[in-house]
Each structure stands twice: as C-alpha cells, then as structure tokens.
Write a protein that binds this ligand. Structure first.
Ligand code: ADP
Length: 300
C-alpha cells in the first residue's frame, strides 16, 4: 500500500447556479484538487490522505463528508473548536468571473500548529505534497514547523513534492513570499512551478531560468509548466521537453496546474518514465480546462 498525503486548505465554493441569483455549494482548493484527481487516477493499492484543519460546525462536517465520499482519507484533518472553513464566491459580471474570499476564520490556517500531528500523519507515507498556498495561509512560526517536519520526512526516505503556486495577495509581502517559496523548495525532491507566475515574481527570463533556480535549491526533479507552452523537465540532471496537445476550446483554466500535478504523480507512481508522466499530466490538464469548474470526473 502506497500512501500519499496532500497538505493544505480545502474551501467552500459558492458558484452561480442555473437559477438566477442562486448559488451552488462545492468544495475546492489547490492541494485538495490534486488529491481528488489522484484518488480517481490511482488504484485501491494507493491511499490518498488530506492533511488540513476544519472547524466543528455543520459546514465542516459537510466538507469532511465530501472528501470521504470522494475516497480521500480524512484522518489527518484536525477539528478545531471556534473556527470554520474558508469560503469563496464566484460571481459572473458581463460573462467574466470574479472571486471574493472569506478565509480569515479558516481552521486550515492552523493545520501545522502541532508538529507531532504532522509527523504522525506522514509516518509510513511515500509522498507528501504541498503548495505555496499551503504555506501562505500559515503563521511564520507554523511555516517553519511544517518545513522542518517535511525535511525530516525527506531525510527518512520520503518524497516531498511542491507546487509553488504563487499567490501574492495571500502573503505579507512579495519578499516574504519569494523567500518562503525558496525555503520550501530546499526541503523538496520535486518542484512543479508554472513559468508565467515565476517570471513575474522571481524575474526568470525563461523556463530554463525557473528550472535552474529550483535545481540550485536542491530539487532532483523540476517540471516547469507554461500554460499551453512547452513543458521543461529536469530529472536528476537530464533535461527533456514535452509539448501539451493544444486544447481545441478552453472553457475554464481553474485547476489546470492541480490536475497536471495529479496526472504526473499518478504516472510516476505507476513507474512510467518522466516524459510519459509529464505527457499524462498535460493530457489530464488539457481535458480539465475544456470543462467547467475545478473537479472533472475522469471516467470517460
Ligand atoms: P497553473 O494552472 O498552475 O497556472 P499552467 O497554466 O502552467 O498552470 O498550466 C498547467 C498545465 O495545464 C500546462 O502545463 C498544460 O499541460 C496545461 N494547459 C494549460 N493551459 C493550456 C492550454 N491553453 N492548452 C493546452 N494545455 C494547457
């Protein structure tokens, strides 16, 4: 049995329903989206767990029910009194989507408050997956605790996988963001950045510069996504490239990177060569962006 632990925040999503003025409740969040796709792609010999924190209220119960129904393990999810889950609302204005967030009371901000809990959740797991968003929502002290625990996990033979997922609005300052992202990269075996975001905040001239920076930080595998552009791969010093198949009609790019990560990791776990794993990540992302919303059932 292989166990993968995805670490981060799942939020309530309020999306416009077909009834004018009404909203539909869903659940989404980058690391949860990746766990959700991994659960669909992997067989029963793999366990996919989510490490997070929720409240003790009815909506937190509903979120846990959603994860359990999806087959995602919820044992590592803390239940904290007096807090609840974060929420975002999608609104349509003249056909354009805009997002509003309420995450100040989110229990997930405290997911790394207890290192014993994280250590226990990672015990016996093969892969720990987290993102820049996971780090952004934590206090500075908890970021440090999470990275230390992940570093021990890597030291004990575990594989740490990190998607920088840069979201400047979630961070105190751009400098704290870039410093924290590089600190996270230093405890990671595999880094899965998106070049466009990285270029903006790190000043990378091209995907090669993004790759070089993460190799320098100590990652063995770096896969630089680039929207519809060529994906650049460095795997233990071997460089290769994969071009995503052009999507005939892009409907909604939400979760492109998250589903890519799941397709890639699932193929790696199945022992496929790195270029094939990247191609499978890109193929899944290519389908996800042609359907609405973050979560697309994978069965044909
Ligand atoms: P993120 O969602 O993290 O910003 P990217 O935009 O870099 O990530 O996209 C992740 C992956 O999704 C890409 O590597 C590619 O495989 C796929 N993808 C994204 N946009 C397109 C597109 N327009 N056509 C085809 N594939 C795409």
């Amino acid at each position: 049995m292989t166990r993968i632990v995805s670490i981060g925040e799942c939020m309530v999503e309020l999306a416009p329903s077909s009834i004018e003025g009404s909203f539909q409740i869903g659940f989404a969040g980058d690391t949860m989206n990746t766990a959700w796709y991994l659960r669909q792609l992997l067989g029963e010999d793999h366990q996919v767990d989510y490490l997070s924190a929720v409240g003790q209220d009815a909506i937190s119960d509903q979120m846990l029910g959603f994860l359990e129904d999806a087959g995602i393990g919820t044992d590592p999810i803390l239940r904290l009194p007096g807090l609840t889950v974060g929420l975002y609302m999608i609104q349509l204005q003249d056909g354009e989507r805009s997002f509003s967030y309420w995450r100040g009371q989110s229990a997930a901000r405290h997911l790394a408050s207890d290192t014993t809990h994280i250590g226990r959740a990672l015990n016996g797991a093969q892969i720990a997956f987290f993102s820049g968003i996971t780090l952004a929502i934590l206090s500075e002290a908890d970021r440090k605790k999470l990275l230390e625990t992940l570093s021990s996990f890597r030291g004990g033979g575990g594989t740490v996988v990190f998607d920088p997922n840069l979201r400047p609005r979630l961070w105190e300052t751009p400098d704290i963001m870039t410093a924290s992202i590089m600190a996270a990269a230093r405890v990671s075996n595999t880094v899965l950045p998106s070049h466009e975001d990285e270029a903006t905040w790190f000043g990378d001239a091209d995907p090669e510069a993004t790759m070089a920076r993460y190799i320098e930080a100590g990652a063995q595998t770096v896969v630089v996504k680039n929207g519809p552009g060529e994906i650049l791969i460095s795997d233990n010093g071997t460089i290769s490239r994969v071009s995503p198949v052009a999507a005939s009609k892009v409907v909604d790019t939400t979760a492109a990177g998250d589903s890519f990560n799941a397709g890639f990791l699932a193929a790696q776990l199945a022992g496929k060569p790195i270029k094939q794993a990247v191609a499978e990540g890109a193929a899944l992302a290519g389908r996800v962006i042609q359907s609405r919303g973050a979560l697309m059932p994978c069965a044909e």
